[in-house]
Design a binder for this molecule. Structure first.
Ligand code: IPE
Ligand code: IPE
Ligand code: MG
Length: 248
């Protein structure tokens, strides 16, 4: 079977793909190991997908790495995930540089341990002038948090007189989200066979195509990304219109 990569329409590569990387724990269980083993192996999937996204010219890739709700997991797992993050940043930054990748984050970074924040800041600065893929890590992220935050900031600006009530529309609102600089994802992928959004980019996925796969995250590779994009390219995005209107 020919690779999905060769079957992609190069002119219709989505600008922004978002991924809910799920199933690390179940993958570890399947291999008779502790959950952390799954998280460790998930790093290889991140490497492959980041590389693949760059190769086909995706501009923005958002990876859901840690949700606000994930803080409620057992302390040892949270600590292991934070350690893993520090190591991943240290180990991957040279390769990201080589691949011309830029790094940004969304989420409530104030909740992250100082050590993680420092490493992230350093890595972001290091990759700052790169012009290839923009890799966006969602860390301590929840969409409801992001939206409430935006509302608070808009209300403040309204009180200060900088924003008038009649100015508030979707374009203005988007400027107050963490994703202000990024177009909405055309495609959202979730691994591990769960059919839910888990508080991820609720506003931004209003018109995204959703793609669910049974694959557990540590088994997911760039070829799986290409398959998801192939599937995406064979859908008709009508945005409320009729099929006939689109061909006019
Ligand atoms: C996703 O895998 C990684 C994070 C949420 C940090 P999980 O850890 O949720 O794995 P499962 O869903 O329990 O298999
Ligand atoms: C969503 O996965 C969050 C991340 C992938 C970081 P979870 O495993 O935390 O979500 P639920 O609990 O299945 O909804
Ligand atoms: Mg999960």
């Amino acid at each position: 079977m020919e690779s999905f990569r060769n079957r992609l329409d190069k002119n219709r590569i989505p600008k922004h793909v978002a991924v809910i990387m799920d199933g690390n724990g179940r993958w570890a269980e399947k291999h008779g190991r502790a959950r952390v083993f799954g998280h460790e192996n998930g790093v290889e999937s991140v490497r492959s997908v980041v590389e693949g996204a760059g190769e086909i010219g995706i501009k923005h890739l958002t990876l859901y790495a840690f949700s606000t709700e994930n803080w409620e997991r057992p302390k040892p797992e949270v600590e292991a995930l934070m350690e893993l993050l520090v190591h991943a940043i240290d180990n991957e930054s040279e390769l990201l540089m080589k691949n011309n990748v830029r790094l940004t984050t969304i989420g409530d970074l104030s909740k992250m341990p100082l050590k993680v924040k420092e490493r992230l800041d350093r890595c972001i600065r290091f990759l700052n002038n790169n012009t290839g893929l923009n890799l966006i890590l969602a860390l301590s992220y929840s969409s409801k948090w992001e939206i409430i935050n935006a509302v608070k900031n808009i209300v403040n600006e309204t009180i200060d007189g900088n924003v008038k009530l009649e100015m508030i529309n979707d374009k203005l609102f988007e400027k107050y989200l963490n994703t202000a600089e990024t177009p909405d994802p055309e495609l959202l992928i979730r691994t591990s066979g769960e059919f839910r959004i888990s508080n991820f980019l609720l506003w931004q996925i209003a018109y995204s195509e959703l793609y669910f796969t049974e694959k557990l995250w540590p088994d997911f590779r760039k070829e799986d990304l290409f398959e998801a994009i192939f599937d995406f390219q064979n859908r008709e995005r009508r945005f409320g219109k009729t099929s006939e209107q689109l061909t006019m």
